[in-house]
Design a protein around this ligand. Structure first.
Ligand SMILES: [Zn+2]
Length: 214
């Protein structure tokens, strides 16, 4: 199935072996109301994402997860000079992938060595600013996919950065709006993100590809 063939947002193409579903940071700290950096609406995203995971697996698509995974002290956190409340500290409940999420595929961790940055494809050294690739790019290349569906949290931060990188790397990229939620550090960030993704060539759909296979 060729994802670029149709721009019709009401009838998304389904999953198949040429597609990868990238599940970004569906972790308790982002998706649970009592999490450290709860994204409003994040709890509603979990079942929507899980539906996509199961449809993707049933259709033979690749499923890859990212997991924000920070040391207790990192310039990523406001208390240490960054912008975010403490979240996804390694080996805590908040950093676990959400209990209601089906996990069946490789998990790519980001931030492990205190690295900053939002994309699932890279980590940035907070001191030198140097970027280093994670294994996500090679996992996708090895899977032989040409289309990437990006879902999860937060839509205006890590989902956005991951989708833009995937687009730059030459994949056909889709972001279904029912499978993400926006943290809106600045009011309007959600709308601006949708515009930015569209301008970059990312296909914004209302529902995920599972809708085409229902
Ligand atoms: Zn983080």
């Amino acid at each position: 199935m060729n994802a670029t063939a149709s721009q019709d947002t009401t009838t998304p193409a389904g999953y198949g072996p040429g597609t990868a579903l990238v599940v970004v940071d569906v972790q308790h700290d982002f998706a649970s109301p009592d999490g450290g950096l709860y994204v409003p609406g994040g709890d509603a995203v979990v079942p929507a994402v899980d539906t996509e995971v199961r449809a993707a697996r049933d259709a033979g698509a690749t499923v890859i997860y990212t997991q924000d995974w920070h040391p207790p002290v990192t310039p990523h956190f406001a208390k240490d000079g960054g912008v975010w409340p403490v979240h996804c500290v390694a080996d805590t409940w908040g950093a676990e992938l959400h209990r209601d999420l089906t996990v069946d595929g490789p998990v790519v961790r980001k931030g492990v060595d205190g690295g900053d940055g939002y994309s699932g494809f890279s980590v940035r050294d907070p001191v030198s600013g140097e970027e280093e690739a994670t294994e996500l790019g090679s996992l996708l290349t090895d899977a032989g996919v040409d289309r990437v569906v990006v879902v999860g949290l937060a839509g205006d931060v890590c989902v956005k950065a991951t989708a833009l990188d995937a687009q730059r790397l030459g994949f056909a990229v889709e972001v279904p709006l029912t499978t993400t939620a926006f943290v809106e550090l600045e009011p309007g960030d959600g709308d601006r993100t949708v515009e930015e993704l569209r301008a970059a060539g990312v296909r914004i759909t209302a529902r995920g590809p599972s809708a085409a296979q229902a």
